[in-house]
Design a protein around this ligand. Structure first.
Ligand SMILES: C[S@@+](CC[C@H](N)C(=O)[O-])C[C@H]1O[C@@H](n2cnc3c(N)ncnc32)[C@H](O)[C@@H]1O
Length: 192
C-alpha cells in the first residue's frame, strides 16, 4: 500500500524527523561545503537543506507533502535556500539538467520498491552532465514491512551503474541514535 505522506505529516506521525540535519552530512560539509545548485528530494522539514545552505550556493528542497514544505518554509532562513512542492518523478522542465549536486537522505528508502529505477532517472535528469549525487543510503532500517525499505550494495550498483560512476563510498562515523552501522554513504557522478 502506498504511503499518504501528507496525512503522515498532518497526523504528526513523522518518526524520520529528528529535528536536526543528518550528523554525517554535517561532518561531510565541514570538509567539503557543497557549491553551485543543489537539490534535496524528499526534504521533509528541510533540516538537511539548511545545513547545506550558504551564501555561495543555491539549495532547493522538494517534497510532495504540502505540510512538509510549509514547515520547511517557516524555518529561519540561512542563505538562498528555498522549497517547492514538486514530485521527483515528475520534475518540471525548468528543473532538469539544472543541478550540480543532489543530496539523498531518506527519500530513496521511502519510495515504493517498484519506483527505484524511476528514482534513479529522476536524480539523473535533475543533474547537469557530470553532476554528483551525495547519498546516505539506509541499507538496513530493520523494519518489516517498510517504508523505510532497505537496500543492498549490489542492488545500488545494479540500479545506478548505467547512469552513474561510483567515486567514493564509506560508512558514516556519526549518525542518529539507532542507525549506527546501518547506512552507507556514496558519491556518484552522472556519466556524460
Ligand atoms: C521518510 S521522509 C524523510 C524526510 C526528510 N528527508 C527527513 O529525513 O526528515 C520521506 C519524504 O519524502 C517525500 N516524498 C515521497 N515521495 C516523494 C516524491 N516522489 N517526490 C518528492 N518527495 C517525496 C515524503 O513526502 C517525505 O517527506
Amino acid at each position: 500500500m502506498s504511503v499518504d505522506w501528507e496525512q503522515r505529516y498532518q497526523l504528526g506521525d513523522t518518526p524520520w524527523d529528528k529535528g536536526a540535519a543528518h550528523p554525517a552530512l554535517v561532518d561531510f560539509l565541514r570538509e567539503q561545503p557543497l557549491d553551485g545548485a543543489i537539490l534535496v528530494p524528499g526534504c521533509g522539514f528541510g533540516f538537511d537543506v539548511r545545513a547545506i545552505a550558504r551564501v555561495e550556493n543555491d539549495v532547493l528542497g522538494i517534497d510532495i507533502a504540502p505540510s512538509a514544505i510549509c514547515g520547511a518554509e517557516s524555518a529561519a532562513k540561512i542563505a538562498h535556500e528555498h522549497y517547492e512542492l514538486v514530485d521527483l518523478f515528475a520534475l518540471p522542465q525548468r528543473l532538469r539538467g539544472k543541478f550540480d549536486w543532489v543530496f539523498e537522505h531518506t527519500c530513496f528508502c521511502a519510495i515504493d520498491l517498484s519506483r527505484r529505477a524511476d528514482y534513479v532517472d529522476g536524480v539523473a535528469s535533475a543533474l547537469k552532465p557530470r553532476g554528483k549525487l551525495l547519498a546516505i543510503f539506509y541499507l538496513d532500517p530493520g523494519r518489516d514491512p517498510g517504508p523505510p525499505f532497505g537496500v543492498t550494495t549490489s542492488e545500488l550498483d545494479r540500479l545506478f551503474n548505467s547512469q552513474f560512476e561510483l567515486l567514493r563510498e564509506w560508512i558514516p562515523a556519526r549518525t542518529y541514535d539507532g542507525r549506527e552501522g546501518r547506512e552507507l554513504m556514496r558519491i556518484l557522478q552522472k556519466r556524460s
